[in-house]
Design a protein around this ligand. Structure first.
Ligand SMILES: NC(=O)c1ccc[n+]([C@@H]2O[C@H](COP(=O)([O-])OP(=O)(O)OC[C@H]3O[C@@H](n4cnc5c(N)ncnc54)[C@H](OP(=O)(O)O)[C@@H]3O)[C@@H](O)[C@H]2O)c1
Length: 199
């Protein structure tokens, strides 16, 4: 299996990359500042370029994308567009490109988070995009052709990034390895249109 991990130096993507690299011979890690496989998911042509550089991929996992952390009272329209352009449209763009280039029966796995359905102060803009991605995956997975699957992993806060013994959005942070198991399930199962919640 030939797999691309986007966000491969991050808290989540870095560990996915490390873990899959041990199990599969062809795993490629990409992110904006990579010298080997640069990609910016907010830029369609950058996504196209990487898929052309890495033809015949079987799977892509995205763990990149951001949004603005601010209380509702301070969020401006411009602030919302940060998340819409990055975490939301970045992942939608990725699906649009990946569905053309992936091998038959290929797998696309996106990342959202607990904030899609649980409240945390200063995280309204993240909740907005996470929820939109869930709706997108739910609908778009029905229209993918050639057996291509589309799923999303919604992890809780990752322990280490957030204090382990302090609740985030009502739940204690999870160990990164728990999240990795879920990405692997999305990768290797035959499930599509699923929101894999881990919190
Ligand atoms: N950490 C958590 O506790 C947690 C919990 C639940 C959900 N999430 C979600 O999971 C995703 C990843 O979080 P993380 O904490 O692992 O992030 P992170 O540690 O900040 O890492 C982000 C990774 O993505 C790359 N990246 C950033 N923007 C990019 C872009 N526009 N195009 C391509 N690559 C880009 C970064 O490298 P470059 O800077 O070189 O591009 C880096 O490799 C985010 O959407 C986050 O909301 C995180």
């Amino acid at each position: 299996m030939k797999i691309l991990i986007i966000g491969s130096t991050g808290t989540i993507g870095g560990k996915i990359y490390e873990s899959l690299k041990k199990e599969y011979p062809e795993v490629y890690g990409a992110h904006r500042t990579s010298t080997s496989y640069p990609i910016d998911i907010t830029d369609n042509s950058s996504i196209e370029n990487l898929f052309k550089k890495l033809p015949k991929l079987d799977a892509v996992i995205n763990a990149a994308g951001t949004a603005t952390w601010k209380p509702l009272s301070e969020l401006t329209e411009k602030d919302y567009y940060v998340g819409i352009q990055s975490k939301l449209m970045g992942q939608v763009n990725l699906v649009n490109v990946a569905k053309k280039h992936l091998n038959n029966q290929g797998s696309i796995t996106l990342t959202t988070g607990i904030l899609a359905e649980h409240y945390e102060p200063k995280a309204v803009a993240l909740s907005l995009v996470n929820g939109a991605i869930h709706s997108f995956v739910n609908a778009a997975s029905n229209e993918l052709e050639r057996g291509i699957r589309l799923n999303v992993v919604a992890p809780g806060a990752i322990a280490g990034d957030f204090p382990k013994n302090q609740k985030f959005a009502g739940y204690y942070p999870i160990d990164i390895q728990e999240a990795i198991k879920v990405y692997k399930e999305a990768l290797t199962s035959n499930i599509t249109g699923q929101i894999f919640k881990k919190y």
